[in-house]
Design a protein around this ligand. Structure first.
Ligand code: SF4
Length: 674
């Protein structure tokens, strides 16, 4: 362990990518803020501030464990890895390599994720995916197709340069708290902030105009705004003419679009829609922020396409203060996508179902028969296990028992596997199903790079050694690969990043040497070593409009027979499946259980008061929850934070066909008074 050291690390929670120093002195660990960090500017949110408590948390796994009956037995690393490799090779021999599924972690470093997907593909399985499938896969599909890149277009700090900030389906003041400071900076300069959200949230309190639209009606709002913009001649015609194609088709479509229908469907007034449209279109610069309230729908990809159509129509792309800001959830979910931990994309977004792309990768990896994609996604792996096609899984730092829809099916799927290997910091709800559980070093105990939501790649230093016998994921993956006879040695982070420089074009110039020396990291695309990085995308090039094809299914059940719209989402003091935040005494007491928020009028009609218990019944599962009377939730709607086991038991949803992302936000449930 370094003593008396100061190491720059990246926050292990959200995709904002705040950095800070960990100062070690003897056994004590302290945070020192970095006052000029380009995102955090010397501040961290409650999660970031409590993050070092994870490092020495008593629940951390310290030794490899193997399950014998109902008992966990400690094993030396060599024995545990040999056993894991033996099991995987046996399953490969009996059922084929594609009977094994791999789930990567969006909290691991780029180098670890790259090596993990390489392990999966060299093992012979195309089934590699991660939790971006549950959130921003629609952004990738839509923005890549229309703009050429599926990522956020401008830096977070550039929000301060926007004259209008339009927010859809994002409660960033809770989910990505540091974003708020840049929005406030813009407001202080006179920017207009518009927030479309069915709930009244901390973010809507920042808004000059809160559009409290009906949940799921976002495309109606967006196209209604576009119709107003076109009808009033507020398009950026020069941008449309010089930088886009497909406008005529969209124009014709908008011509037959009925504004009255949009008013009816969104529940907004025409005045509100017109005001939003005019503010956005007439602003000199405008940012469009969105998050899972847009993507987690069966129309998720269509919703993102609508966002991009609006930005293109008004020329609000490719300039300071003007861009599209899909806020990524986990600290390295952008990197996990870039590294190709996706069922449909190889590293650098090469098409996994394209023979030529596989051939190119074969040459670098010196292996000729890489498996053809697309592989199974996160949720498809569950179904494939239930129907006997997937026999084993390797899960790196993911917790699908809590994070995936229809959680009861996920548990059955994991039970059905012949072999499950889990690598994690803690005994998570998913780790309990493992046959072998390997203890991972946490982010402060290893070095490597992370890519935040604004494409900023930053190097995180190792601050201390892990307690016990936990090892960095890179070492674990490398040693497993050796035993699977995939490679002969375990590489260091620098060596893997140099391979990434060769394989991922966007990272061509993001070398370990440059990253270590750079104060604020490098923003991809950065093709070569003399490239400075690209904070603002799309300053040149042509883009494609999309002709809408959305359909909103309204079963007309909401409000009848105690059927409620169920919205799941995040809380400021928690993070994703809660495997870290539910263990932090600084955060947990504020929200110790999954309370279901209900509008007081609905509660009164049911004779319910604060703290009463109700049963929520979904199509494939049910659960008992305490209610919280909450005027911020609209009538006939419930809000549940998804950081707790049991919440996703109630959520049964279909998939967005383009991205295969579950439509979490389309869920409905029946409420029974207990
Ligand atoms: Fe960490 Fe995100 Fe909070 Fe920054 S905003 S401190 S990255 S959780």
């Amino acid at each position: 362990m370094k003593t008396g050291s100061k190491s720059k690390v990246i926050c292990p929670f959200c995709g904002a990518g705040c950095a800070f120093f960990i100062v070690t002195k003897g056994n004590s660990l302290n945070i020192e803020y970095i006052s000029d960090h380009p995102v955090a500017l010397g501040a961290l949110c409650p999660k970031g501030n409590s993050s070092i408590s994870i490092v020495k948390h008593p629940d951390r796994l310290k030794h490899p464990l193997v399950k014998k009956g109902n008992e966990w037995i400690e094993l030396p690393w060599n024995d545990a890895l040999n056993l894991a490799a033996e099991k995987l090779l046996d399953i490969k021999k009996r059922y084929g390599a594609d009977s094994v599924g791999f789930l990567a972690s969006a909290r691991a470093t780029n180098e670890e994720i790259y090596l993990f997907q390489k392990l999966a593909r060299l093992f012979g399985s195309p089934h590699i995916d991660h939790c971006a499938r549950l959130c921003h896969a629609p952004s990738l599909v839509a923005l890549k197709d229309m703009l050429g890149s599926g990522a956020m277009t401008n830096p977070i700090s550039d929000l301060a340069n926007s004259d209008c900030i339009f927010v859809l389906g994002s409660n960033f003041a809770e989910t990505h708290p540091v974003v708020s400071r840049w929005v406030w900076d813009a407001k202080d300069r006179g920017a207009v902030v518009i927030v479309a959200d069915p709930r009244r949230t901390i973010t809507t309190r920042i808004a000059d105009l809160h559009l409290q639209l009906r949940s799921g009606s976002d495309p109606y709002l967006l196209y209604a705004m576009m119709k107003v913009i076109v009808d009033r001649g507020l398009c950026d015609y020069q941008f449309v003419r010089e930088r886009t194609e497909g406008f005529d088709d969209l124009y014709r479509w908008l011509h037959s679009f009925d504004l009255k229908e949009a008013v009816e469907f969104t529940g907004l007034s025409e005045r509100e829609i017109v005001a939003a449209a005019c503010h956005y279109a007439e602003a000199y610069s405008a940012a469009l922020i969105y998050c899972m309230g847009i993507t987690q729908h069966r129309n998720g990809t269509e919703n993102v396409r609508a966002c991009a159509n609006l930005a293109l129509l008004c020329g609000k792309v490719g300039a300071p203060g003007s861009g599209i800001f899909p806020l990524r959830g986990q600290n390295n979910v952008q990197g996990a996508c870039d590294m190709g931990a996706l069922a449909d994309y190889l590293p650098g977004y090469a098409d996994a179902s394209n023979h030529m792309e596989l051939k190119k990768l074969s040459r670098v990896w010196e292996k000729s028969d890489l498996p053809l994609g697309p592989g199974y996604t996160v949720t498809e792996m569950t179904n494939a296990s239930l129907n006997g096609k997937i026999k084993a899984m390797v899960i790196l730092g993911e917790n699908p028992v809590v994070s995936d829809p229809e959680a009861s099916g996920v548990k059955k799927a994991l039970e059905k596997l012949e072999f499950l290997l889990v690598i994690d910091l803690f005994m998570t709800e998913t780790a309990r199903y493992a046959d072998i559980l390997l203890p991972a070093a946490c982010w402060a105990e290893k070095e490597g790079s992370y890519t935040n939501t604004e494409r900023r790649v930053q190097w995180s230093e190792k601050a201390l050694d892990p307690d016990g016998d936990a090892k960095p994921d890179l070492w674990i993956i490398g040693e497993l690969g050796k035993r699977l006879k995939i490679w002969g040695y375990t590489p260091r982070p620098d060596e893997v990043l140099r391979e990434i420089n060769r394989v991922v074009p966007q990272y061509g110039g993001i070398t370990p040497e440059r990253l270590r020396l750079s104060k604020n990291g490098l923003i991809w695309p950065c093709q070569n070593e003399s490239h400075p990085g690209t904070p603002i995308l799309h300053q040149s090039g042509r883009f494609k409009f999309h002709t809408p094809q959305f359909a909103i299914e309204d079963k007309g059940k909401i409000g009848k027979n105690n059927i409620f719209k169920l919205i799941t989402g995040r809380l400021v003091v928690h993070y994703n499946s809660g495997s870290m935040s539910r263990r932090l005494s600084e955060l947990f007491p504020y929200e110790p259980i999954a309370s279901v928020s209900i509008n007081p009028e609905d509660a009164a009609a049911l004779g319910l008061k604060n703290g009463d218990e109700v049963k929520l019944i979904g199509e494939s599962g049910e659960g008992i929850f305490q209610i919280r009377l909450d005027v911020s939730v609209p009538p006939k709607t419930l809000f549940l934070p998804f950081h707790f086991p049991g919440v996703n038991d109630v959520v049964t949803v279909g998939l967005d066909t383009s991205s295969r992302t579950p439509g979490f936000k389309d869920a409905e449930c029946r409420l029974e008074v207990v």
